[in-house]
Design a protein around this ligand. Structure first.
Ligand code: SF4
Length: 352
């Protein structure tokens, strides 16, 4: 689905849409009417916007692309997780993951085509970086998920391909779009932004006045190991990252979640559990322990179940609130760290 129209209507916030309608001398209420067609009725064709006059629809259609992303393929895992290959209007594609669990409909969306940060255990980072996604392309993934779920997602996590804080402005704009009460209305506390630890953006987020959840990938209890697993640690080491997270909590009142992928005989010993607990003791936080998802590019293996249990118990003994996140989507390579991108230059996604 390639097009010559490069402007996506979903890249406009309601304020931008209002300005556009004004610039066209349309009545003031048109902006909200169009907004509702985009995010409440979730129109995929201009002609379905029946209360918008035909000449306005024609003008919109001549300027804007209506569908920011389209589903190229959908794979369903054995655990009901679904992975969607979302095709962008320029021919690139990213993956998003739908995770239904009881009443929750969570979608994990991508923020970039590729990633610059090259964490060793993550397939998304291994093929390099291609481009940022726009706010509309991120909102478009949420709308695509709504169509696939048959209802709006209840939770959105920015944990797919890319580092959200490396595309900060577009990510925040997309958060405000999907959070807008006259549109999708996804509550800020049900939106999670995950980062590999970009300190300036953690600080910036604390000043945004929006109550989103912040999740920080830690994955190691010491500088040397974290630098090996996550090269970003050389720029933003643990000794600077954790004070920034502490300050984030002090400013916002929000608790930070630390993601810790358990890798067999690499970061899962009893000493390392104690080390992690010592590091995190001064913070109000929680820890998410994640089983390693296999990717071709990394030879590490997931911790044995009894080791994972021991690790969690040690953290609990030391007063750290830790939970074990179930790995979902592994049967369709949609679990954490397994997502890939494809497109004109990157080749196709591996998909399965
Ligand atoms: S874990 Fe996140 S930051 Fe690291 S390479 Fe993967 S997508 Fe990039």
């Amino acid at each position: 689905m390639q097009t010559t129209k490069t402007r996506l209507i979903h890249d406009l916030g309601l304020d931008n849409l209002t300005d556009y309608c004004k610039s066209e001398n349309w009545q003031a209420f048109r902006a909200k009417q169009i907004w509702r067609w985009l995010y409440v009725q979730q129109a995929t064709e201009w002609d379905s916007m029946t209360n918008i006059p035909a000449e306005i629809r024609e003008q919109l259609a001549s300027v804007f692309q209506l569908n920011a992303v389209s589903a190229d393929s959908v794979e369903t895992g054995t655990d009901t997780t679904r992975k969607i290959l979302a095709e962008l209007t320029d021919g690139d594609s990213v993956e998003e993951v739908l995770i239904p669990a009881g009443p929750r409909r969570t979608v994990c969306i991508s923020s970039q085509v590729g990633c610059k940060f090259a964490c060793t255990f993550c397939a998304s980072g291994q093929a390099g970086f291609h481009r940022n996604l726009s706010a509309g392309e991120m909102a478009g993934q949420v709308l695509l998920a709504a169509r696939a779920f048959g209802d709006n997602p209840t939770n959105v996590v920015y944990m797919g391909i890319g580092e959200p804080f490396d595309n900060y402005d577009a990510v925040l704009k997309s958060v405000r779009i999907i959070n807008h009460p006259e549109g999708l209305g996804i509550g800020a506390r049900r939106i999670t932004i995950s980062t590999c630890g970009l300190i300036p953006e953690i600080t910036r987020l604390s000043g945004e006045g929006i109550q989103v959840e912040l999740s920080v990938s830690l994955h190691a209890p010491d500088e040397a190991l974290r630098s090996k697993l996550m090269p970003i640690n050389k720029r933003y080491p643990i000794k600077e990252l954790l004070p920034a997270c502490r300050e984030y909590t002090r400013t916002t009142g929000r608790i930070v979640t630390f993601e810790y992928t358990l890798i067999r005989s690499v970061n899962d010993s009893e000493d390392q559990a104690r080390g992690l607990a010592r590091l995190l003791a001064p913070l109000k936080c929680r820890v998410n322990l994640i089983p390693l998802s296999p990717v071709d590019e990394f030879s590490g293996r997931s911790s044995e179940q009894n080791t994972a249990d021991m690790f969690m118990e040690k953290l609990a003994d030391e007063g750290i609130n830790a939970t074990a996140r179930q790995s979902r989507g592994g049967s369709v390579n949609a679990a954490c760290g397994q997502l890939r991108f494809g497109g004109k230059e990157a080749g196709t996604t591996d998909g399965s």
